[in-house]
Design a protein around this ligand. Structure first.
Ligand SMILES: NC(=O)c1ccc[n+]([C@@H]2O[C@H](COP(=O)([O-])OP(=O)(O)OC[C@H]3O[C@@H](n4cnc5c(N)ncnc54)[C@H](OP(=O)(O)O)[C@@H]3O)[C@@H](O)[C@H]2O)c1
Length: 254
């Protein structure tokens, strides 16, 4: 259970990668973190770690594309101060000419509609908090394209537009909208999910790159942006590893 006095941060996709790192860092920053994702065992393990470190957390299994489940999750919270829309990801790296429309649809569903579902469901509580924050984890794929990016680039552009539009529409209310757009981040599952379990293909994404960003690097930028004074709105923060100058210009030592 959350306790009414502690600020609550909901993090989606919190059982792995950037979401898990963000949950740990926001808990250490004083939030009661509510971890959500589809895999119950993963979020429970991260929540147990957070609790063992002396911080507050709750795990709540949730598929962000399931609107009735999202609505009943929102109704179960007694407050919400921060929402981190992190659940998402890529499927495939096919050219537009041969990409599978089912992959495109799925990526739009998770990265855009999932973010829309949580944002709509929690906006009343975020507004009622008097100092709410919505974070949208887009990507540099939401700002520029690359070959083979196709459906993921289209979906992350959708997430970017959602953040930009929402900021315009709710100005004057006590809720800020922060977009974090990371470049190359080496997480355990992102590339493996993209290549459907093909670990060799996944490893090639990071081949020869001295230091891709880590999940903690991105969680650090999210936590920094969220903990600025409430009148400060970090509209858009682009963060890449030094070895990456653009989506397709990466320095590799091979
Ligand atoms: N890694 C990168 O290079 C990179 C760069 C820029 C942006 N990003 C973005 O950062 C976010 C986190 O990525 P990551 O690298 O940390 O990869 P990740 O470990 O694969 O994280 C994705 C998370 O989303 C959850 N998820 C997927 N579908 C979901 C659904 N329908 N409902 C609820 N949760 C769902 C997954 O958990 P379950 O499977 O348990 O549901 C998983 O915890 C994503 O939005 C990704 O697009 C990543």
């Amino acid at each position: 259970m959350t306790t009414a006095r502690t600020p609550v941060a909901v993090v989606t996709g919190a059982g792995s990668g950037i979401g898990a790192a963000t949950a740990r860092q926001l808990a250490a920053a004083g939030f009661h973190v509510v971890l959500t994702a589809r895999r119950k065992d993963r979020i429970e393990a991260v929540a147990a770690e957070i609790t063992a470190a002396g911080h507050q957390s709750t795990a709540h299994p949730l598929d962000v594309t399931d609107r009735p489940a999202v609505d009943s999750f929102a109704a179960s919270l007694d407050r919400c101060d921060v929402l981190v829309n992190n659940a998402g990801g890529a499927l495939g790296a096919d050219p537009v000419a041969t990409g599978d429309p089912a992959d495109w649809r799925r990526m739009y569903e998770v990265n855009v509609i999932g973010t829309l579902n949580l944002t709509q469901a929690l906006l009343p509580a975020l507004t009622a908090s008097g100092d709410g924050t919505v974070v949208v984890l887009s990507s540099t794929a939401g700002l520029a394209t690359y070959e083979g990016g196709g459906g993921y680039v289209a979906a992350k552009h959708g997430a970017h537009v959602l953040a930009e539009t929402l900021r315009l529409e709710i100005v004057g209310t006590p809720v800020r909208v922060i977009e974090i757009a990371p470049g190359m981040v080496r997480t355990e599952e992102f590339a493996t999910t993209r290549f459907r379990g093909d670990t060799e293909k996944a490893a090639k994404v990071y081949a020869g790159v001295a230091e891709p960003l880590s999940a903690d690097d991105v969680a650090d930028t999210i936590t920094w942006a969220v903990t600025r004074p409430s009148h400060v709105n970090i509209d858009l923060l682009v963060v890449r590893p030094r070895a990456q100058a653009s989506n397709s210009k990466v320095h590799r030592e091979l």
